[in-house]
Design a protein around this ligand. Structure first.
Ligand SMILES: [Zn+2]
Length: 328
């Protein structure tokens, strides 16, 4: 993370008024834009036109490469220590059981940002034609059956997929509108988009402010509340059929790490420990792991309480492609 901060400081001048955006990159609203709490070295602004909160300025394409390094992906794309990986695999199974209900025999699905392809394996084992795409890794650990290309480069046919999965990806993209339009093109009429993003309007984000784990700057460019996400989908030809705010995979840990960030004033060091990429002395890591074990149960209770009130840390949306004549 230290490398990222020093890289960002090269193009972000905290004192310069020229760093204020002139127009919203999502809806083209002309501003002015309210600044939002953000970690040192970054600027977040809120668009009063569409409600999106966005990082400005955005990193350049060449700078982006340094934010997705081996420390981000992990060795051979194994991202976390083994016990964490086992938990994530179990949650992938739960995720697939929900998505499978959107498919019928012979349907095709696409997982954008498919990681190591866990969903693809479930889908293929169930007899579906499944594709996955992922950002090329600088360390080159390719997973068989995954396309390491951008979505436009894949050039899929019109009306091709019954389901497109976009989990925790939209917030990373330099042009989310163009991506949604391309997904709309390749989905069949009536096909489904399953989308998940961190919930900027949720209790976890509100309570954590600039300490919020899922700000994840500068990799997360866009932050959505339920209203701003639903408006973006509607403008691009989708009807939201379901929006939930509970994600076991993200909310518990997001709460715990946000608390740790606030308590220790160092961003996401516990996360680095769990990924095995932390280089600080063992004594410092043990202190954080002890604190995390004490806070783990209260953090789970807090995340579950937020989700029970519809105020959880993740927006998980199922949206259906509308035909052109249905788009207002
Ligand atoms: Zn806007």
């Amino acid at each position: 993370m230290q490398n990222i901060l020093s890289t960002v400081s090269e193009y972000t001048d905290l004192s310069s008024s020229s760093n204020a955006p002139r127009a919203c990159p999502v809806c083209a609203f002309g501003g002015p834009f309210a600044s939002r709490p953000s970690p040192e070295g970054f600027h977040l602004f809120e668009c009063s036109g569409c409600g999106v909160v966005f990082l400005f300025p955005l990193p350049s394409e060449s700078q982006l490469a340094s934010f997705y390094d081996e420390a981000y992906y992990g060795e051979e794309r194994r991202k976390f220590l083994s016990p964490v990986e086992i938990g994530i695999a179990a949650l992938s199974s739960l995720k697939w059981s929900r998505l499978q209900s959107l498919l019928s025999r012979g349907d095709r699905m696409l997982d954008i940002g498919c990681g190591r392809g866990a969903l693809l394996r479930f889908a293929r084992n169930a007899g579906f034609e499944a594709y996955g795409i992922e950002r090329p890794s600088p360390v080159g650990h390719a997973v068989p059956g995954v396309l390491y290309k951008s979505l436009p480069e894949c050039n899929f046919p019109d009306n091709h997929f019954q389901l497109v999965v976009l989990w925790h990806v939209l917030e990373h993209l330099s042009n989310p509108v163009a991506t949604l339009q391309e997904i709309h093109r390749i989905l069949k009429p009536g096909g489904w988009l399953s989308l998940a993003v961190p919930n900027y309007g949720g209790a976890q984000a509100r309570a954590s402010g600039r300490h919020w784990f899922h700000l994840d700057l500068p990799r997360h460019f866009w932050h959505f509340r339920r209203s701003s996400l639903e408006a973006l989908l509607a403008r691009n030809g989708f009807r939201v059929s379901n929006c939930a705010t509970m994600s076991l995979e993200y909310d518990w840990y997001g709460t715990l790490q946000s608390w740790m960030n606030r308590a220790f004033h160092d961003r996401n060091r516990l996360y680095a420990v769990l990924k095995g990429s932390e280089t600080n002395p063992v004594s410092k890591n043990l202190f954080r792991l002890t604190a995390a074990s004490v806070l783990a149960v209260p953090a789970l209770a807090s995340a579950l309480w937020d989700a029970a009130r519809g105020d959880g840390g993740t927006l998980t949306v199922t949206a259906q492609k509308l035909a052109p004549e249905q788009v207002s």
